[in-house]
Design a protein around this ligand. Structure first.
Ligand SMILES: C[S@@+](CC[C@H](N)C(=O)[O-])C[C@H]1O[C@@H](n2cnc3c(N)ncnc32)[C@H](O)[C@@H]1O
Length: 160
């Protein structure tokens, strides 16, 4: 598969799952956390589709389009492994994490801390959507959507 097709698949999987979460899951109260702002495409989608919620974005540095600058206090700059800790226990409704690199060795390091962090950020009944698989006893994987390739993107519900 070409890199272009792979990118398109990742983007459409992301959008389809986020739209499904919006339409089908009854999310608890709470913020939406965008773990990996990047150029802000998904952040823009989250703001449009979860417009009644605070959307907080994390990245090493702000590199999104200027029109997407989050409100003061809603962009958290730095290494997410550290900055994300301040949102553990805040009972978010939805965490979206798009911080996979495509390099198995780097992603293996991320996966040493990301699942715990995401589970800790969420309220019970909250949803996690991720490009990397999040193996955690409190994150129940939800059934793959027909439009999403096996192993392409994952989503979960936090259990008690
Ligand atoms: C694939 S991009 C996210 C793309 C985003 N969904 C969008 O719509 O543009 C991943 C982003 O996460 C950031 N990132 C990855 N790992 C990080 C970490 N450990 N700490 C802080 N930022 C990180 C990168 O700097 C990059 O901007």
């Amino acid at each position: 598969m070409s890199r272009l097709d792979s990118f398109i698949n990742r983007m459409s999987a992301q959008r389809d799952i986020l739209n499904h979460v919006r339409d089908v899951l009854d999310l608890p109260d709470g913020a939406v956390l965008e773990v990996g702002l990047g150029n802000g495409r998904t952040y823009s989608h989250l703001r449009e589709n979860f417009s009644d919620r605070r959307v907080v974005a994390f990245d090493r540095q702000f590199a999104a389009h200027k029109t997407l600058a989050p409100a003061a206090g809603d962009f958290i700059e730095g290494e997410i492994r550290e900055t994300g800790q301040t949102f553990v226990g805040t009972k978010a409704a939805l965490v979206h994490a798009d911080i996979g690199t495509g390099y198995a060795d780097k992603d293996a390091i991320t996966l040493q801390w990301l699942p715990d962090m995401v589970a800790g950020m969420l309220a019970e009944g909250g949803a996690a959507v991720s490009g990397l698989p999040l193996s955690h006893p409190q994150l129940e994987e939800l059934p793959r959507l027909p439009s999403v390739e096996e192993g392409r993107y994952f989503y979960y519900r936090k259990t008690a």
